[in-house]
Design a protein around this ligand. Structure first.
Ligand SMILES: NC(=O)c1ccc[n+]([C@@H]2O[C@H](COP(=O)([O-])OP(=O)(O)OC[C@H]3O[C@@H](n4cnc5c(N)ncnc54)[C@H](OP(=O)(O)O)[C@@H]3O)[C@@H](O)[C@H]2O)c1
Length: 291
């Protein structure tokens, strides 16, 4: 019964903790964050370390990971860096083996590493690899990693997985077929996993972020004029989700898009088709610049 009300209870505990100035539930916990060398992952790593979590940083660029680890340690936090190309599934298995041997069970996992592709379908007919590489990093990599870490979470009867997905799973924006489909796969996978792991007190959160000003969105000229959160604001939201363990984190624009798709799908198609013409493919997507 306690688990049934876990999320509201966690929220009440957070308010009480804030009022009393008590420690974060992440203090002393092991928190693995993928894509921690940049953007949202880097900001999340700092936020988690500041409340006493031991962060395990994962990404490909060893120099950037070392920079983040050193900055966290200089700030008085605990961090360990692991270089891994998450699209190499054997490397993911080796990472799991090493981390479990060094730290025992990982308490929280943030599946944040990812890549976005914004390209119209009419520019994608000879680019099937766009669909394959989106699935490789946004779906197969986090599923392989989560599957590797899940047995130890279930055995210790505690675990929490946060997936950084996108509001695109709700609004289904044009030009993002490869990206949104791969994130939707992860979003759905986790909802099913939630139901299987529930009895072992292992929970999943899907965070459907809107625009965040990070290196990932830099190539898209259309975003330059749009409102966006900072990586630090996004990292603070991930921290809150790690502490509260909600099922999903949505914003209002995403919710409205989801309802529009449910209630008036063909009208949504027409409105998106019309408004999308104001936002052409970027130079990179057209092939004028390398991607
Ligand atoms: N920015 C937004 O507007 C936005 C909105 C919604 C959702 N998101 C999601 O937020 C997540 C973080 O993105 P971001 O905006 O913070 O972008 P970012 O600054 O470009 O960070 C992407 C991170 O993923 C890592 N990564 C990429 N491929 C990898 C691989 N094969 N193996 C291991 N690590 C890999 C990168 O590290 P290395 O290059 O060092 O490997 C980097 O740390 C992504 O999943 C993205 O889809 C972003």
């Amino acid at each position: 019964m306690g688990l049934l009300f876990q999320t509201p209870r966690a929220r009440v505990q957070r308010v009480v903790r804030r009022l009393r100035g008590g420690p974060s539930p992440l203090a002393g916990r092991t928190v693995m964050i993928t894509g921690a060398s940049s953007g949202i992952g880097e900001a999340t790593a700092h936020a988690v370390a500041r409340v006493g979590g031991h962060v395990l940083l994962v990404a490909r660029r060893a120099d950037e990971l070392a920079r983040v680890r050193d900055a966290i340690e200089a700030d008085g936090g605990r961090a360990s860096a692991y270089t891994c190309d998450l699209t190499d599934l054997e490397a993911v298995d080796a990472l799991v083996e090493r981390v479990l041997a060094e730290h025992g069970a990982v308490d929280h996992l943030v599946n944040n590493a990812g890549r976005s592709i914004r390209r119209s379908l009419h520019l994608s007919h000879d680019r099937f690899h766009d669909f394959e590489r989106s699935m490789a990093i946004n779906y197969f990599a986090p599923v392989r990693l989560t599957m590797g870490l899940l047995p130890a979470m279930r055995a210790q009867r505690f675990g929490h997985v946060v997936n950084i997905v996108t509001w695109g799973v709700q609004i289904k924006a044009p030009k993002f077929a490869a990206y949104i489909a791969s994130k939707t796969a992860l979003d759905s996978w986790s909802r099913v996993a939630s139901r299987e792991a529930y009895g072992d007190n292992v929970t999943f959160t899907n965070m459907r972020f809107a625009l965040v000003r990070t290196p990932m969105v830099a190539p898209t000229e259309a975003y330059a004029r749009m409102p966006a959160a900072t990586p630090e604001q996004a990292g603070a939201r991930v921290l809150r989700a790690l502490e509260d363990r909600p099922v999903t984190v949505n914003g209002w624009p995403g919710r409205i898009g989801e309802w529009a798709n449910l209630l008036a799908p063909r009208l949504s198609d027409a409105l998106f088709w019309r408004s999308d013409r104001a936002f052409p493919d970027s130079a990179a997507a057209r092939g004028d610049r390398p991607t």
